[in-house]
Design a protein around this ligand. Structure first.
Ligand code: SF4
Length: 494
């Protein structure tokens, strides 16, 4: 489930280096969109490095620029073509420079990209990540290449980004893909069209990757998929069809949490994102009795009106959502809950919106990603023009919803004042480098000032002294564990 929580980040996978025309070719990856895209970018970077390229610090010293695109945000295509216009000037300035467009927008609009930007060297889709280095080489010798696979290749190495060489920017935590694609058909979402049907990665391969990461010093992993709690359904059906009558016809996600949580060296396990309709008591049970699994659940509501939920094809009612949430909180003590909510879905009435306010208030979220609906070409909802909500009305509803969710965030955060929390140190705060930032097990951002600098990846205890809607402030108590990763993990073959 890629809820709407995903899309704001625009990052560059890059590390230091000095331009040298006689040295190795250099690459830069710009990433738009969700964690799945960020993870794909790490893999693209890893494959290019395995092919002899090194990271550039900027476009000025890069030979290859990859735009790993996302089509979920509004105007994603306009932004892409704007960036490509700028990159044409960059490319024309030096021989041998190459532009790669990958990701969801490339998958969806391959012909349009080619037509509007024929100078792009490689257009590759979401199922071609494993081919990144070869395609760059092919384009260098043979001219522009477009390669879009319509479905995942049935080969674990190609299919799952995690099975490929990785170039991780952060060495103490890692994403691990457990599943690709999505079998749902949420009316607002383009993911099924661009990522294909749900395919689970074999259980043993996931556990083996987590073991390898732990051996490299990674202590926190985030299991990644579009709908993680249906993980394994396809594997078991396939086993049944192959004649294995002992294959359990239930998702394996709870088992996976237990196994990954038991890997030596893994202190924290997170996952994103589950779908409320597939959320099961077994998952809450595994969260509760696996100490490494963090007390945080991203639980996308999307809307509080049953009528709108049905129009979205979400597969649950507000009542069911709240019942499962109550069960999760009962089974997992001190559970923090975040969500995604869309305001102004086509046909949403004032009354529908009031239901969303009520459910959001009743759910008492720790944090919420709230969005005003905007149509994504290719989705069912984009064709519901007759029912589009007046932007002024949607804007006003959005502000009212923000008040409700910020109020509950603040209450949740204030309630943590006085508690001593375990914090995984991320490093100096972006706004004030004299302050250290980290995350609690509940995924809350905490700022504090230790007596001496702490390395990223350290675990410390911090007493919470202040709660704001989006962060906590705390007092350093103790250093619990130093990181044991190397400062820079080299590219590792999967
Ligand atoms: S279709 Fe629905 S469940 Fe699937 S990725 Fe999109 S929002 Fe998530």
């Amino acid at each position: 489930m890629v809820g709407s929580s995903s899309f704001e980040r625009v990052g560059a996978v890059s590390l230091g280096g000095v331009s040298d025309p006689t040295g190795p070719r250099r690459y830069l990856v710009h990433t738009y969109g969700c964690q799945m895209n960020e993870h794909d970018s790490e893999r693209i970077a890893g494959l290019l490095e395995a092919d002899g390229l090194v990271a550039a610090t900027s476009e000025d010293d890069a030979d290859v620029v990859v735009l790993n695109t996302c089509c979920i945000r509004e105007n994603a295509d306009n932004k892409l073509y704007g960036n490509l216009g700028h990159l044409k000037t960059w490319k024309d300035a030096h021989d041998g420079r190459q532009i790669v467009v990958s990701g969801c927008l490339a998958q969806k609009d391959r012909d349009i990209v080619r037509e509007r930007a024929p100078y792009v060297d490689v257009v590759m889709g979401t199922h071609n990540v494993h081919r990144a280095a070869e395609l760059v080489t092919e384009a260098r010798t043979g001219g522009p290449v477009t390669e879009i696979l319509e479905a995942a290749v049935i080969d674990d190495h190609a299919m799952f980004p995690s099975a490929l060489p990785a170039r991780r920017d952060v060495s103490y935590n890692a994403w691990v893909t457990i599943q690709i694609g999505c079998d749902n058909n949420c009316a607002f979402c383009i993911v099924p069209a661009v990522r294909g049907v749900e395919i689970s990665r074999p259980f043993v391969d996931i556990v083996a990757e987590v073991e390898a990461l732990a051996a490299d010093g990674v202590s926190e992993v985030t299991l990644l998929g579009q709908n993680v709690n249906s993980y394994g359904r396809d594997l078991q059906l396939a086993a049944r069809h192959a004649g294995d009558t002992s294959a359990k016809l239930r998702p394996l996600f709870a088992d996976l949490l237990r196994h990954v949580g038991a890997v030596d060296g893994i202190r924290r396990v997170r996952f994103t994102s589950p779908h409320p309709k597939d959320m099961r008591p077994e998952t809450f049970g595994a969260m509760a009795d696996t100490s490494a699994v963090c007390e945080h659940l991203h639980y996308p509501l999307q809307a509080g009106s049953d009528r709108v939920l049905a129009a979205m094809h979400r597969g649950y009612t507000a009542e069911r959502y709240l019942e499962r949430l109550a069960e999760a909180r009962r089974l997992v003590p001190d559970l923090a809950v975040s969500t995604d909510i869309i305001v102004g879905f086509p046909g949403e009435t004032d009354d529908d919106f009031e239901r969303t306010l009520e459910v959001a208030a009743a759910a008492e979220f720790d944090s919420a990603y709230t969005f005003i609906f905007s149509p994504r070409p290719g989705t069912e909802a984009a064709g519901m023009e007759d029912e589009f909500v007046d932007p002024a009305v949607a804007g006003e509803r959005f502000q009212r919803l923000r008040v409700v969710v910020e109020r509950s965030s603040l209450l949740k955060h204030e309630a943590r004042v006085g508690r001593v929390e375990e914090v995984l140190v991320e490093g100096p705060s972006k706004k004030d480098p004299t302050v250290t930032s980290g995350r609690t097990r509940q995924n809350k951002l905490v700022h504090f000032t230790p007596p001496r600098p702490l390395r990223a990846g350290s675990y410390a205890t911090v007493e919470v002294t202040y709660g704001a809607p989006h962060h906590l402030i705390g007092r350093f108590v103790d250093l619990v564990a130093e990181p044991n990763h190397r400062t820079r993990i080299p590219v590792a073959a999967g």
